[in-house]
Design a protein around this ligand. Sequence first.
Ligand code: F6P
Length: 548
Amino acid sequence: MNPLLRNAWQALSRAAESGRGVHLRDLFAADSQRFSRFSVTWNDWLLDYSKQRVTQETMALLGGLWQAADVPGWIARMRAGEPINHTEGRAALHIALRHPTGPIMHAGQDVMPAVHAELDKMRRFAGEIHGRHWRGATGEPISDVVNIGIGGSDLGPRMATQALAAFRHPDIRVHYVANLDGADLATVLATVQPRTTLFVIASKTFTTQETMQNAASARHWLVHALGEAAVARHFVAVSTNLAEVARFGIEPANAFAFWDWVGGRYSLWSAIGLPLVLAVGFDNFRQLLAGAHAMDEHFFAAPPAQNLPGQLALLEIWNSNFLGADNRAVLPYSQSLGLLPRYLQQLEMESNGKQIDRQGQALDCATAPVLWGEAGTNGQHAFYQLIHQGGRQVPCEFIACRRPDFDLPGHHEKLLANCFAQSEALMRGKTLAETTAALAASGMSADQAAFLAPYRSFPGNQPSTTLLLPRLDPHNLGALLALYEHKVFVQSVIWDINPFDQWGVEYGKQLANRLLPVILGTASADQLDSSTAGLVAACRNPPRGGRD
Ligand code: F6P
C-alpha cells in the first residue's frame, strides 16, 4: 500500500472506531437533511445511501482513498489500452465495445473498425433470422435459439434476456444451456425441434470443457435428426479462437469474433451478446450499448462524490474493510432483474476475489465480500428473517424502478412499498421499549408483552443503499451493468489487485481433468487422498445395500 493510501486507510480505521455504537436511527434523528446530503442523482437515476452508516467525515475520508489510490490514473490506463491485466499481459477494453465514434487504440491500432464490423455482422444476421430469410436445413425458419456457453459466455446474455423480457421478439424463443450436467441440455432439447433450432456456441477460448461437451452433444442430436450437412444451417459460434471454431465444423461465415482484450465476464457487449440480439432485436442491443457508454462517460468525468460507481465502490469498502461486513445482498425489486445477483456474483467475485496485490505480495485486508441475493419480494419470505434478526451484518443493495416493465394494475405500488419498507425497517429497527409499548397498546397483558417483546424487537442499524431507476429498458440496463463493472474496477484499484484474471478457477479445472481417467477406470487412484479415492470408488462400486 502506498503511503498516501495507508494514511487514508488509517484515518478511516479511526473514524470507524469512533463511530462504533452510533445507530442509524440516531443519525437520522440528528439531521433532517440526511437524505439530500447522502444521495446522488445522475440523469433520472437516484442513489440513496443515507441509510449507510456514514457521516460527512466518512465520505470525505473515503473520497481520499480514490485520490490516494490514483483511480483517475488507472482509468486513463484502461482507456489507453495499456495491459492492465498484467498477469496475462492483456488490455481490458470492454469500454471500446460500446464506444460510438472516435478511435480507441490497442497495441498501436484503432480497434473501432473491427468492433463496428462485428456489430454490423450481428445486425445483418439478426435481420436474416427475424426476417425469416435464414432457413434451417429443411427450409423452415428458425423459432428457437439455444445458446451454449458458461460463465461470462452465459450469465450476461441470459440475465439480460430475462431483464428485457418486455422487449422480446415475438417469434423467437432463446434458451440457455451452461451446466455440464446433461440434464441442462436434455431439458432444453426436449422442448425444441431440430428443423427450427439454431445453436450458438459461445466460448471465448473454445476449449471450456462444459461448453465443448454440450456443443458436441447438441451437434450429435442435430446430425442424428438431419444429417451432417445440416450443421452449417444450425450452428454458429462466438469466440476469440476462430481456429478451434473451424475445427468444430462451423464455417467462418457463421463465426462471430471478439478479442483477447475483452474479459469473459465483460463480454456481454461483444458478439457474446448475439443471443440477446436475437431475443430483443439489434436496435434494443444498440440502446443497451448506448446506456453503457453513457455510464462510461459519467464514470470517467464525475468527481468521486458524484460518481455512482465510485460511491458504490467506496461504500462497500467502508462496510467490508472498516465495519467488518463479509457479504452484501443484492435485492432487485424487479422480477426481470432476478438473475442480476448471479451475474454480479461472477462479475464481482471472479474479478475481485483475490489476495495477491499487483506487486505479488499478500494483502493484509479483505477484498470482495460474498455477494448473494434474490428478487424481492421473494427473498422476504425466505432469508430476510436472518437479515432482520440473525445478528449478522448484511449490507443490502435495493434496486427498484419507478415504473413497471409489465403494468398489471395494483402490483407496482405494493412492490415499491415493500422495497422501501424493508430498508426503513433495517435502518430503524424496533427497540424493546417500543415493542413492549405497542404490545401493551394492543391489549396484551403486561406479563405477556414482556415475554414476547424480545422476540418481536429488531436491532436495526443494518446498512442499505437504494438505487432507483426510472424503468427497466435496454438503455438503463446497459448503464446499470456498466455501473457495476466500474464499481469493481474502482475497488480493484484501491485494493491494488488485478480484476481481469481468474487463476483460482484454473486449479479445479486441472484436477477435474486429472480425475476423469480415474473415474473412467483407465487410470489408477493410487495418487489420490483417501477421501477423493473413496468417493471415486463409491461411484464405481456403490456401498453395500445401495440400490444402483
Ligand atoms: O470461470 C472461468 C472462465 O474462464 C470465465 O472467466 C469465463 O467467463 C468462463 O470460464 C467461460 O470461458 P469461455 O468463454 O472461454 O468458455
